[in-house]
Ligand binder design. Structure first.
Ligand code: ADP
Ligand code: MG
Length: 327
């Protein structure tokens, strides 16, 4: 009887050990890149997450507009001459042009002459003049970007800004890096961009909150379930200011350089690729609810949740699969 008990105890302890080996610890690493907080949470060694942050920094140094010597910086300072860029940069620009094409130019990375006029951190707020914005709008036209392999040519006086797509690209790249290091369970946040790897270790889906448009950052209005894939939100509360009763925000209409005026407060896009989700969230927002929803419905395996300023919620036809709930 005693022997059976001892054998049982040994087997039990062996079992515990095996379980501990199979389920790595939950680790979190936090970084600050591309003007946003990056939070990586995964079931793996901490070092793997630190390596992933370093990896992410490499992309930032290619895609940032403001880091001197980055690919984007070199394109913007080339005065019309061709620039050889990393294949990463070329891929992001190629996808940007694709999204410009399907969004009738609502998404346009040549937005930079207008976006640099908006300083959403200034206190008190400063509005650019209509004259300045008109002049900037003359320099916005994605069709004038020439991309041939890894060579980019932009007319002198124009500038690009990958702020609406770079974080998505980096999220995908970091996710692929982690999967390559054997990570099977993770949730990664790049500002408004969330990307999930697999499920939680117990097999249940990750829960992702969608920011409450009227509440402090971090308070969710909706929640949804995610088992792999990306959830990206663009909203007017992220960067912007109120001035004389008007909300000025960072989602700009390329035709005018002014914020896109419509009734939306945020657009969330759900699809596998974080790069597409990021660009499409900005595109759909600028297009407005009708055209934006039509664009999303035209795309395979892509869903959206639109929140109007009056807090009503519009979901695309397949968004139910994400079990969207009100908080
Ligand atoms: P974030 O998550 O940083 O708030 P978004 O994906 O919401 O970024 O995109 C907004 C950023 O993209 C702006 O800060 C600006 O740099 C750029 N942007 C603004 N309007 C457009 C547009 N119509 N097309 C492409 N990029 C844009
Ligand atoms: Mg975006």
């Amino acid at each position: 009887m005693k022997r059976i008990f001892l054998i049982g105890l040994v087997l039990f302890l062996l079992g515990l050990n095996a379980a501990a080996g199979a389920a790595p610890n939950r680790e979190t690493a936090i970084g600050f890149q591309l003007d946003t907080v990056i939070t990586l949470t995964a079931y793996c060694d901490r070092q793997v997450l630190e390596d992933a942050l370093a990896e992410s920094g490499r992309y930032e140094r290619l895609l940032s507009r403001t880091i001197e010597g980055s690919d984007v910086w070199r394109i913007n300072h080339a005065e019309g001459k061709p620039v050889e860029v990393d294949s990463v940069t070329a891929e992001v620009i190629r996808t940007s042009l694709e999204i410009s094409g399907i969004s009738e130019g609502a998404f346009d990375i040549t937005i930079a002459p207008a976006s640099v006029l908006w300083d959403f951190k200034a206190d008190p707020p400063r509005l650019p003049s209509a004259k300045e914005l008109d002049a900037a709008a003359q320099k916005i036209n994605w069709r004038l970007i020439e991309l041939d392999g890894n060579t980019v040519c932009l007319p002198a006086g124009m500038m690009i800004d990958l702020g609406a797509i770079a974080k998505g690209y980096i999220a995908d790249a970091v996710s692929a890096y982690l999967r390559g290091r054997g990570v099977e369970s993770a949730i990664l946040s790049f500002g408004g961009n969330i990307i999930c790897i697999g499920t939680k270790p117990d097999g249940s889906p990750w829960k992702v909150g969608i920011q409450d448009i009227d509440r402090p950052s971090g308070e969710a209005m909706l929640a949804l379930e995610c088992t792999g894939g990306s959830v990206v939100t663009s909203g007017i509360y992220e960067r912007g200011f109120d001035f004389e009763g008007v909300r000025y925000h960072h989602l700009l209409d390329p035709a005018t350089g002014w914020p896109a005026w419509n009734d939306l407060a945020s657009v969330t896009v759900l699809t596998d690729s974080s790069m597409y989700a990021d660009a499409l969230a900005t595109a759909a927002f600028v297009l407005g609810e009708e055209k934006g929803m039509r664009l999303i419905e035209s795309l395979k395996d892509t869903e959206a949740i639109l929140i109007r300023r009056d807090r009503t919620v519009l979901c695309s036809s397949g968004a139910g699969a994400y079990h969207v709930q009100t908080r």
